[in-house]
Design a protein around this ligand. Structure first.
Ligand code: UD1
Length: 419
């Protein structure tokens, strides 16, 4: 097992190129099942969640070639095994995205139920209900979802809760359905727009992209294409905070600033000087201590839950009191006890963290628990005066490409060591 050792206290300065988005790449990889030809993706990040997806697709008969320049040739057009096995699904909840495409293309699928995870119970009932509305018969037994449909039939779907991956699953399923599907109360995350743009390039007919009402006119088949995955706004946001929390300055390139308005707004409130251009964001903290900011997570375009833990680290050492309210997941606070062990003054009241900013925190031996909680511990370690050791870094490798190399290039003292 690897751990990260961080010697904190250095202000970070420099330029980072944002990697391709994890949450775009995953649905797009599963969308390759829908195509009758191979597809080529560029700007895909090297992450363990991507490897898990490729293993799952290979298990079912897919093939791929991964190039060192982050381009990926993938052929999932002729699957031979329509089963997504528990062993892989249990390691990555987004595996549920295999269900819609398999059902639409082959009329059947057997997919392991993903189960809960550290941040909440995360059921998939909304995925299943909407697929039933498209005409699928679904049975759940022995921990597996058995889905069948001779032909999915387009219909009007209304999600009673906004959900990202269920919106993606239904969009993918509806591309090959007979007739038109309208999804009301759809999630509007930029990664969903990226998936839709990719599907349209493959020959799908999707309109209302990026809005809460998405319409999909079913087509007979989808084609092979080359597509460039959009940049990872959560990765970019995490590096912007790395500079802000250490009083440094950073330019993040290969990013769409308009997809990060809520994050940038909060960083400006901390006192950071921010300039955006077409595909860059520059943040300069000018050596100042950040001001505490109140955060309330929500669905896009509101503040993303995937940046909540990182802002909690920032608020921990910021000037002033703040509240951080989590409205998407019921248990996304695994970082709180770890940050408290570093000297942060954090109290959990229901789904709100009350934070009294302290002038400094101290390094400690910490345990990473989930992807974004781990990122918050790295950020805290960068701001702490002495050494922080973070165990279970495999959580970070799910979503941050070469994190220690990128941080080192900004002047951080960080290394990965084996137990
Ligand atoms: C996606 C993102 C994740 C992000 C989250 C919220 C991917 C691969 N993951 O996760 O990084 O944190 O959106 O922005 O894109 N729910 C149900 N029943 C369902 C589906 C969801 O009750 O069938 C609930 C969830 O438990 C949660 C809420 O709806 O409380 C929103 O979850 P959802 O948007 O579905 O999150 P994911 O798609 O799993």
């Amino acid at each position: 097992m690897y751990k990260l050792v961080i010697q904190g206290g250095n202000a970070l300065h420099g330029t980072i190129k944002t990697s391709g988005s994890k949450n775009s790449s995953l649905p797009i990889l599963f969308a390759s099942i829908l195509a009758d030809e191979p597809i080529t993706l560029t700007n895909t990040p090297h992450l363990s969640d991507i490897s898990t997806t490729l293993r799952l697709l290979m298990d079912m008969g897919g093939e791929f070639i991964l190039e060192s320049d982050n381009s990926l040739f993938i052929d999932s057009s002729k699957l031979t095994n329509l089963v997504a096995d528990y062993e892989l699904v249990k390691t990555m909840r987004a595996s549920i995205l295999v269900l819609g495409p398999m059902l639409a293309k082959y009329g059947e699928a057997k997919v392991s139920l993903p189960g809960g995870c550290a941040i909440g119970t995360r059921p998939v009932n909304l995925h299943l209900k909407a697929l039933e509305e498209l005409g699928a018969t679904i049975e759940v037994k022995n921990g597996y979802i058995y889905a069948k449909a001779k032909k999915l039939i387009g219909t009007e779907i209304c999600f009673n809760q906004v959900t990202v991956t269920a919106t993606e699953n239904i969009i993918m399923a509806a591309t090959l359905a007979q007739g038109t599907t309208t999804i009301n109360n759809a999630a509007q995350e930029p990664e969903i727009s990226d998936l839709c743009n990719c599907l349209n390039k493959m020959g799908a007919k999707i309109s209302g992209i990026g809005t809460s009402t998405v319409t999909i006119e079913g087509v007979k088949n989808l084609n092979g294409i080359t597509y460039s995955v959009c940049p990872d706004r959560i990765e970019a946001g995490t590096y912007l905070i790395a500079a802000a929390i250490t009083g440094g300055s950073i330019t993040v390139t290969n990013i769409h600033p308009q997809s990060m308005r809520s994050i940038i707004g909060k960083l400006i409130e901390t006192g950071a000087d921010i300039k955006t251009e077409k595909d860059t964001i520059t943040l300069d903290m000018k050596g100042k201590r950040p001001k505490a900011v109140n955060i309330k997570t929500g669905t896009y375009p509101n503040f993303p839950t995937d940046m909540q833990a990182q802002f909690t680290a920032l608020n921990s050492i910021a000037d002033g009191h703040s509240t951080i309210t989590e409205t998407i997941f019921e248990n996304r606070f695994m970082h709180i006890p770890e940050l408290s062990r570093m000297g942060a003054d954090l109290t959990l009241e229901g789904n709100t963290v009350v934070c009294k900013g302290v002038k400094s925190i101290t390094g400690a031996h910490l345990m990473a628990t989930d992807l974004r909680a781990s990122a918050s511990l790295v950020l805290a370690g960068l701001a702490a005066k002495n050494t922080t050791t973070i165990e279970r870094v495999y959580h970070l490798d799910r979503g941050y490409e070469t994190i220690e190399e990128k941080l080192k290039s900004l002047g951080a003292q960080i290394k990965r060591v084996q137990d």
